[in-house]
Ligand binder design. Structure first.
Ligand code: UD1
Ligand code: CA
Length: 461
């Protein structure tokens, strides 16, 4: 295959978004629009990538983390000007084909890119424009055709009333023959209403040079959609969210209502799992079969096994196995592993800990930096005291242990198999197997003390 490369136009500032960050970093389903575009390029195997950046480029650089070549466009003089900032990148790819994409049109997909490329090659075109038919084409460049051949693209602002009625629009994505593009590039001018160097001017320039131009109509109009302001961004979020949910419905996932349900595209969900309202599933999350997730839950970069219930809770970077019951109001923090048949009840926080099978942590408890065995019972209000202000230490709680209510386990401490701790104990020393660790003042009652006190106090009732 010939050498291919990609230039992504991403120098737009967030002015109409009213954002301090570059527009392409505004997010659709929790991922910057540019991330969606990069993902499509990778899936389409579209070749080396160069990104045109502008105002706010530091934030863009941070996001890109040095993974891609970038070029600065210091003045925003139009899409054609933006592309030509990559002139030396293009020189290095002479003899190949160039894909140009807009960083603010996140729904361009690998299949559209691939199919447009096939047409570009089979038609022997110097440029192939990816187009779509829109019901409301307002704001987009319109495709001008004669005898079905593309003869140009006219911007909304430059168009006549008749041209504005054309529904076929320019997506802003194109394949170009690099040599032909570089040959005609010196002819680019800013002779138009907006006094910008339009990338679309390459079409008449190529035609004038005796070259041919193709048009690939995207199968779904979504592929061209972009966002210029917050309302546009919200619309893209809604479209993306619905699209993901539709795919899960087809796979046998149940949604009683989709209110407030946001699922990132890479999330996997098994069949017969029910997703309740207000559930947000992010990152590399995988949910098994027959689970119930939600309402009002967030799971990020985590794995949940089969038949587990996760109710009104949050979980990050952790693994929850099968038949586990979590919630309501639990916080599972990173690096935790909750084994089969565990029950974690209300107001429990688990961090960087393993909880063994059949263990119950039912209420108001913090388990941090701990290795908890099987069939352990935590009373209400247990705290692992894992931080001495300088270092974190681990607690080990062996199988079948019974931790009394309001126990403080001051780490590092080891509770042996089957051992008990007395309610209200502050345990600082290991408790051996089968023993009772009790560490609190013994109760003594002072007879008549209260009655004397009461004399000095006014009885209100
Ligand atoms: C452009 C197309 C239009 C098409 C539409 C699709 C031109 C002249 N018009 O219009 O035909 O229908 O996209 O969305 O190309 N950018 C830069 N530097 C610049 C200007 C723009 O990097 O100097 C980037 C923007 O960040 C954006 C992309 O290029 O990612 C498109 O620019 P934008 O100003 O949104 O172009 P449109 O007016 O929408
Ligand atoms: Ca645009």
């Amino acid at each position: 295959m010939s050498n291919r490369c990609v230039v992504i136009l991403a120098a737009g500032d967030g002015k109409r978004m009213k954002s301090n960050k570059p527009k392409v970093l505004c997010e659709v389903l929790f991922r910057p629009m540019l991330g969606w575009v990069l993902d499509a390029c990778q899936k389409a195997d579209a070749g080396d990538i160069c990104i045109i950046k502008g105002k706010g480029s530091e934030l863009l650089d941070t996001y890109l983390d040095g993974k891609y070549e970038t070029v600065m466009q210091n003045e925003r003089l139009g899409t054609g000007h933006a592309l030509m900032q990559a002139a030396s990148f293009l020189e290095a790819h002479r003899g190949g084909d160039l894909l140009v994409l807009c960083g603010d049109a996140p729904f361009i997909d690998a299949e559209t890119i691939r199919k447009a490329y096939e047409l570009h090659v089979s038609g022997g075109y110097s440029a192939t424009v990816i187009t779509a038919d829109l019901d409301s084409p307002y704001g987009y460049g319109r495709m001008l055709r004669s005898d079905d051949r593309i003869i140009g693209i006219v911007e909304e602002k430059d168009a006549t009333d008749d041209q504005r009625k054309i529904r076929e629009v320019n997506s802003g994505a194109y394949w170009f023959n690099v040599n032909d593009l570089l040959t005609v590039a010196p002819g680019l001018s800013n002779d138009n209403r907006q006094q910008e160097y339009y990338l679309t001017q390459f079409i008449p320039l190529l035609l004038a040079a005796g070259k041919t131009v193709g048009g690939y109509r995207a199968e779904t109009a979504d592929a061209v959609l972009g966002a210029n302001d917050r309302a546009g961004l919200l619309k893209l979020n809604q479209i993306a969210a619905e699209r993901v949910i539709r795919r899960h419905l087809e796979n046998g996932v149940e949604f009683v209502s989709t209110d407030g349900v946001l699922i990132m595209p890479e999330v996997e969900i098994g069949q017969d799992t029910v997703i309740l309202p207000g559930t947000v599933l992010k990152g590399n999350t995988k949910i098994g079969n027959g689970c119930q997730i939600g309402p009002n839950s967030l799971v990020e970069n985590s794995v949940v096994g089969d038949e587990s219930v996760f109710n009104a809770s949050q979980c990050y970077e952790s693994i929850i196995h099968d038949h586990v019951k979590i919630g309501p109001f639990c916080h599972i923090r990173p690096n935790s592993e909750i084994m089969d048949n565990v029950k974690i009840g209300d107001f429990v926080e688990v961090k960087n800990s393993t909880i063994g099978e059949y263990t119950a942590v039912s209420h108001l408890t913090y388990v941090g930096d701990s290795d908890v065995g099987r069939n352990v019972n935590f009373g209400c209000g247990v705290v692992t005291v894992n931080y001495d202000g300088v270092h974190k230490h681990r607690c080990v709680i062996e199988d079948n242990a019974f931790i009394g209510c309001n126990t403080n386990l001051v780490a590092p401490v080891h509770i042996g198999n089957g051992a008990y701790t007395g309610a209200g104990s502050t345990i600082t020393k290991d408790v051996p197997e089968d023993a009772l660790g009790i560490a609190r003042a013994r109760q003594s009652n002072i007879e008549g003390f209260a009655a004397k006190k009461l004399e000095g106090r006014k009885r209100k009732v």
